[in-house]
Design a protein around this ligand. Structure first.
Ligand code: 26W
Length: 839
């Protein structure tokens, strides 16, 4: 064919093949990318040249990172498109995970490992003398979450892709994720985080996937002859939600799912009338106001601040996601919404997307014209809700008047649902006090909408995240609802993805386990139990502890570089890393540290074991006591690290800016994992699982998933202490103070005295923290101190026997497979979503 004819065919979409000339030319198709190192090397250079416009000779490290990312991304796209067309063909149920947070961290290493490209990429880059390990550390962390709940969403997204579920993550594309923490003069300083500053190669903007989101305005009733009256919401303000898609690569790339994050845009980027009449700033105001919705992540995970902007965020991403889900369903299912529950499950990650229940009803009834009863049935069958906290101050409630002003139609719907629920309850014989307990409106402290109750009544399944937490949910927050609907609450114990939290973060251990039992555990983590019998094998144990030592050396190097503190990698690394909160009791750990410091100095005859106490974590900017705890940790570290009398026995480190990447460095390097929350308050914990999987022993309370870890790991291999949840509740009810306990314990009293008398900073600086112990000891720090202290001393004794320690460490890794998020996700799929795996 002549090149002119070819050109004409390419340019003419409608031309029939015979018009193009005598030979038909098939439309060119891209060739799927190859995974050998030579192909990769060539493509990386091509990306560098043609996508980035750089010469390999002059390219900077960031350019190489981008080139590698783009080359790897091409391979992901191949799998992604294949997964998407399989989705269309199979028509299998889609699971939509609505979460205000996805704490995904870096993606390059995750993609490379899951696609099995580690060797090929390393070899490809060696041709250019570029080190992939170094490049990977240049990628910014996507910190679109606060802590446990956000990281769980990220682990679940990866597991859904790995076990073969058609999963969709829906969330918010925050321009500024979780703040960057610096420590200045021992105190936390929050700095803005700017992860998108250099662009984001992982995301694909989908301008065509955009939906209008309304706020405010009025609801009008439309009456038409012969038809029931209809409600129409006319919002005063309308903005656009634009989709940004990020591929989620499952193990071996067999399935690539989508994480769809919404960004807020103005319908009109600039008001030209205002601009032309000279109001240049006013012309942009609307755009700024719209965009502000997705500017920042709220940095609090324990107190509801209750700002209007947060409610706007919640509604914005809920409504956009539901509109997208409905659009897709109508397109693929012949316009029939009655089959929605057969084709879609929507999981609400805590109450943050709970307004979805009301918005779904609005869309079904007002927009798509379904009847109320049918809509309510569809809604309940589609939704399910996970609760992640019982802390009363963290439970979301919104003032009725704010709700009404911002979302007038949704408020009407909530009233209607409430009336229906209360009717049902009274029919079942519930009386006054019990009825007000299940009301969606809290009449107590100003009228407020209870989002947990809304999520509960709009869902067919409600789950807690550990066995203990689920039982407490039934007894406390949802007690009345549980009586009314006894089959709705179930447990789904959390898990963590073994890809990121073992294969990626701990290559040394991964290689050792592969050498010992073969690579099968990578496909099926339960096979890691194969190393259990090797716990008694001295040769294996030695190798296991050598891997641990290497990981500790790596962390020691980071500590030296970032803080100029020298730590001995052969000392016990005793680690507590997580959000800073009073209930997590970093303060208990610090009091023990100070007590230990005193005891080491006054009892040189005792065989103290060298320890490095490592802390990291962020405090909510408005949480004064949590910030005090950070200050104290840094004060204690400064004093102890400068004291020559304890140099070889005790060091204290506070690593700033804890995030997913730092966790990946810390988890494999820990000997001891601190999971010491006041019993009954930690819903599950997931850091506890990451540590144990990497061979750390746990010192912990009978709280959250620790209880189940004890069952799986065995009581000889975990160190449990302290009051139980029931004992905590009883002590709190009695209102006992800590004074008597403190007065009876010279070790505890001595430590508290040094803290309040100014050994670690100005006298009085920590009065607030210390006084609480003498008062009602709300967090049971005085009450649990003695048991904690004694358990730590048992650990000192064990540390001296390195064989015994090593045996327990191996058993921890061998017995943690059940805590894989693959197991959690399979349970959700079977018991809640009724969704097939392996599609
Ligand atoms: C309204 C402010 C706010 C924001 C976030 C309140 C509460 C939250 C989250 C529910 C807090 C959170 O991350 N909870 C943690 O969830 C993890 C995953 O289930 C659990 O492992 C942790 O125990 C729980 O604290």
């Amino acid at each position: 064919m002549s090149s002119a004819a070819e050109k004409s065919r390419r340019n003419s979409e409608t031309a029939a093949p015979e018009d193009a000339g005598d030979v038909a030319v098939a439309a060119p198709k891209p060739t799927p990318r190859r995974n050998d190192s030579a192909s990769l090397a060539k493509e990386i250079a091509e990306k560098l040249t043609y996508a980035i416009g750089k010469d390999p000779a002059t390219a900077r490290r960031h350019d190489w990172l981008e080139a590698v990312t783009l080359a790897v991304r091409d391979r992901i796209v191949d799998h992604w498109l294949a997964s998407n067309s399989r989705n269309v063909q199979s028509g299998a149920k889609r699971v939509c995970y609505l979460s205000m947070e996805f704490l995904i961290g870096r993606l390059l290493r995750d993609a490379i490992i899951n696609l099995g490209l580690s060797e090929a990429v390393r070899d490809a880059l060696s041709a250019y003398d570029v080190d992939i390990d170094l490049l990977e550390t240049l990628e910014p962390d996507a910190a679109l979450g606060n802590g446990g709940l956000g990281r769980l969403a990220a682990c679940f997204a990866e597991s859904m892709a790995s076990v073969g579920i058609q999963g969709f993550g829906y969330g918010i594309r925050y321009v500024h994720g979780f703040f960057r923490q610096e420590i200045v003069g021992g105190e936390q300083v929050e700095l803005p985080e700017n992860w998108l500053a250099h662009g984001n190669p992982w995301e694909f903007e989908r301008r065509e996937r955009s939906f209008e989101i309304g706020f405010g305005g009025k609801v009008t009733t439309i009456e038409e002859a012969g038809k029931p009256p209809r409600q129409v919401w006319r919002p005063a303000e309308r903005i656009l939600a634009v989709a940004y898609d990020t591929p989620v690569v499952g193990w071996k790339g067999t399935r690539v799912n989508t994480l769809r994050l919404w960004s807020a845009q103005a319908l009109d980027p600039i008001l030209l009338d205002a601009f032309n009449s000279g109001d240049h700033i006013g012309a942009l105001l609307e755009a700024n106001r719209a965009q502000s919705i997705t500017q920042v992540l709220y940095p609090a995970d324990s107190h509801l601040a209750g700002q209007e902007l947060r409610l706007r965020q919640e509604f914005f991403f809920s409504s956009a996601s539901l509109q997208d889900i409905i659009r897709h369903h109508l397109k693929r299912n012949g316009g029939d919404l009655s089959t929605l529950p057969d084709k879609v499950s929507i999981q609400l990650n805590d109450t943050h997307p709970a307004v979805s229940v009301a918005e779904m009803m609005r869309l079904l009834v007002d927009v798509h014209g379904l009847g109320w009863d049918e809509s309510w049935d569809i809604t309940k069958r589609v939704f399910s809700y996970t609760n992640h906290t019982l802390l009363p101050e963290a439970l979301e409630t919104w003032p009725v008047n704010l709700f009404e002003r911002l979302l007038p139609r949704q408020m009407q719907i909530i009233y209607a649902i409430n009336a229906q629920i209360i009717r049902e309850a009274t029919q079942k014989g519930l009386d006054g006090a019990k009825v007000s307990a299940i009301s969606l409106i809290d009449e107590g402290s100003g009228r407020r909408v209870r989002m947990g109750s809304l999520a509960f009544v709009g869902s067919h399944a409600i789950n807690g995240v550990s066995a203990l937490h689920t039982e407490l949910m039934k007894k406390t927050v949802f007690n009345q609802f549980h009586e009314l609907y006894p089959e709705r609450i179930q447990n789904k114990t959390n898990g963590v993805t073994p890809r990121r939290w073992l294969l990626e973060c701990n290559p040394g251990l991964t290689d050792l386990v592969t050498e010992a039992i073969g690579p099968g555990f990578k496909d099926d983590i339960t096979k890691i139990s194969g190393i259990d019998k090797l716990a008694d094998d001295a040769g294996f144990r030695e190798k296991f502890m050598a891997v641990k030592l290497a990981n500790k050396q790596r962390l020691a190097k980071t500590i030296e570089e970032r803080l100029a503190i020298t730590v001995d990698p052969t000392a016990m690394f005793d680690v507590q890393v997580k959000r800073i909160h009073e209930y997590k009791r970093q303060f208990l750990n610090l009091v023990e540290t100070v007590a230990l410091y005193d005891q080491i100095r006054s009892h040189p005859e005792i065989a103290w074991q060298p320890r490095v106490k490592i802390f990291a974590g962020k405090a909510a900017p408005s949480y004064a006591n949590a910030k005090q705890i950070i200050h104290l940790a840094n004060d204690v570290a400064r004093v102890i690290n400068a004291d020559p009398s304890v140099q070889n026995l005790l060091k204290v480190v506070f690593l700033p800016n804890y995030n997913v990447s730092l966790a990946e460095l810390i988890m494999p390097a820990a000997d001891l994992s601190e999971q010491i929350s006041t019993a009954g308050l930690e819903a599950s914990g997931t850091g506890n699982m990451k540590f144990a999987l990497n061979g750390a022993l746990t010192i912990g309370t009978l709280d959250g998933a620790n209880v189940e870890m004890l069952e799986h790991i065995g009581e000889d291999n975990i160190f449990i202490f302290g009051l139980t949840a029931a004992e905590v509740a009883a002590r709190r009810a009695e209102g006992q103070s800590g004074r008597e306990i403190i007065d009876a314990s010279p070790i505890l009293k001595g430590a508290l005295d040094s803290i309040s008398h100014g050994v670690f900073g100005e006298p009085g600086r920590y009065n607030n923290l210390v006084d609480n112990l003498y008062g009602n000891d709300w967090w049971m720090i005085a009450a649990d101190f003695e048991a904690y202290w004694q358990t730590q001393r048992r650990l000192d004794a064990l540390w001296q026997d390195s064989d015994a320690w090593g045996t327990k460490a191996v058993r921890n890794t061998a017995r943690m497979a059940w805590f894989s998020s693959d197991r959690s996700i399979r349970e959700y799929a079977k018991d809640i979503w009724d969704a097939p795996t392996s599609v």
